[in-house]
Design a protein around this ligand. Structure first.
Ligand code: URP
Ligand code: ZN
Ligand code: ZN
Length: 459
């Protein structure tokens, strides 16, 4: 199958030029001016941006959490991702306490197998790690799972102690693996929560008010310090505030390999969104939304490369029957929010249209940097000869209004209801196959392949 994308403006993390792109089967084979060959399909991209497919390295499809399960499965979640110009996700498999790492991974392979509309990889949430599991960790890395998430939060569920973190960081670091850290002091947060509940503070906004930014900054500081002692890089997930960012900045200024991602919710939403009533449950996620002043600092961090990646932490729960579990107690609201569908256009609008970042940086933050960080570059994350033809044709002039009536995520609310943004994903190719055409899904659940990742090449 040969496909020719003609007349587009090709943007990568470093280039900006007009060219045609020839795709043969799954990969890009020729890029040049005025290509004119016999093909099976021609796509006219005149007046449009042609960008690498988005990579979202932080999703939680079907995650069992908070007494329920994330409402998108690998089929609905990856179709929604494709609609929004994302052609690869890295989801978090879970090793439950007492379970082997391999059993946790196998479980996620079973969940995803035959269901994904786009390519996918896995990190492994590691909840137990002893020295006798080093070999198992290295086996996982040989199988393409080269990053591991650990939690300093959620005591009794995912939280691991500092010794476990040190052991896992040392073991991962030996082979170029990366520990992704949920950095928040969950032990102290639990004490703050007890005080709030004792005072009768049960509304959703208390989720945010019991998780101060200093608890996140302390976690980030500790994660980086442990990584420094283990002589390994560390990647902080879903960084939400200036206090935490300053810890990353200081470490990077000292030459430490500390990396971090933020998410659209921390760039576009704030503490004000909780309000006083139960509608605020829509925004119960961890870390929580912060004071608005943090947003400008995060944008500065993205611009100056103290933050390298924008992911979504997509972890949707419906208001009905799921978020409702915590109607009388915010600690029982399942933590997480939907986002996988709108990351690329939201960042285009808030970043490029609002003059905060360049077009190249937009591509880097939404695609290329994640490919490099998580060992998929240059197969993914760019438009180049030999790379997978994961390509988005993006109409930068068209507007769209976000909302539950039009989104494709399997969740009964939008965190961005009624927000109008500039930038619309028009056509999406996943390894050369058109999966979205003029906004319609044309792909097939099951066509997405597991991506066996290498190690980080971002350092
Ligand atoms: O609230 C969130 N972020 N839910 C998903 C689990 C996590 O901590 O990433
Ligand atoms: Zn987390
Ligand atoms: Zn997460």
């Amino acid at each position: 199958m040969k496909t020719l994308i003609k007349n587009g403006r090709v943007i990568t993390a470093v280039d900006d030029y007009r060219a045609d792109i020839l795709i043969e089967d799954e990969v890009v084979t020729v890029i040049g001016a005025h290509l004119d060959m016999e093909v099976d399909k021609t796509i006219d991209a005149a007046g449009k941006l042609v960008i690498p497919g988005g990579i979202d390295p932080h999703t939680h499809m079907e995650l069992p959490f908070g007494g329920t399960q994330a409402s998108d499965d690998f089929r609905t979640g990856t179709i929604a991702a494709a609609h929004g110009g994302t052609t690869c996700i890295i989801d978090f498999a879970v090793q439950n306490k007492g379970q082997s790492l391999i059993a946790g991974l196998d479980n996620w392979h079973q969940k995803a197998e035959g269901k994904c509309a786009i390519d996918y990889g896995f990190h492994l949430i590691t909840t137990d790690f002893e020295d006798n599991q080093i070999e198992e960790m290295h086996t996982l890395m040989d199988e393409g799972v080269t990053s591991f998430k650990m939690f300093m939060a959620y005591p009794g569920v995912f939280l691991v102690d500092d010794a476990t973190i040190f052991r896992a960081m040392s073991a991962a670091g030996e082979r170029g693996g990366l520990i992704c850290m949920h950095a928040e002091n969950g032990i102290v947060i639990n004490e703050i929560i007890k005080h709030a509940l004792a005072k009768g503070h049960t509304a959703p906004k208390y989720h945010a008010l019991t998780r101060p930014t200093v608890a996140e900054a302390e976690g980030v500081h500790r994660a980086i310090a442990i990584a420094e002692m283990a002589e390994t890089p560390v990647y902080i997930v879903h960084l939400s505030c200036a206090d935490a960012l300053n810890q990353v900045r200081q470490a990077r200024d000292r030459g430490i390999a500390a990396f971090a991602e933020t998410c659209p919710q921390y760039l576009f939403l704030s503490l004000d969104d909780y309000g006083d009533d139960f509608e605020g449950a829509k925004y119960v996620m961890t870390p929580p939304l912060r004071e608005k002043a943090n947003q400008a600092e995060l944008w500065k961090g993205l611009k100056m490369d103290d933050l390298q990646v924008i992911s979504t932490d997509h972890c949707p729960f419906c208001m009905k029957e799921q978020k409702e579990l915590g109607r009388n107690d915010f600690t029982k609201i399942p933590n997480g929010a939907p986002g996988v569908e709108h990351r690329v256009p939201l960042i285009y609008n808030g970043g490029v249209v609002e003059n905060r970042i360049s077009l190249n940086r937009f591509v880097e933050l939404t695609s290329t940097a994640a490919a490099k960080m998580f060992g998929m570059f240059p197969k993914k994350g760019t438009i180049a000869v030999g790379s997978d033809a994961d390509i988005v044709i993006f109409d930068a002039n068209k507007e769209q209004t976000l909302g539950v009536a039009t989104h494709h995520m399997n969740v009964d609310y939008s965190a961005y209801e009624g927000r109008t943004i500039r930038g619309v994903v028009e056509t999406v190719l996943s390894r050369g196959k058109v999966v979205i055409e003029e906004g319609e899904f044309k792909g097939k659940a099951g066509d997405g392949q597991f991506v066996k990742r290498g190690t980080c090449v971002a350092i």
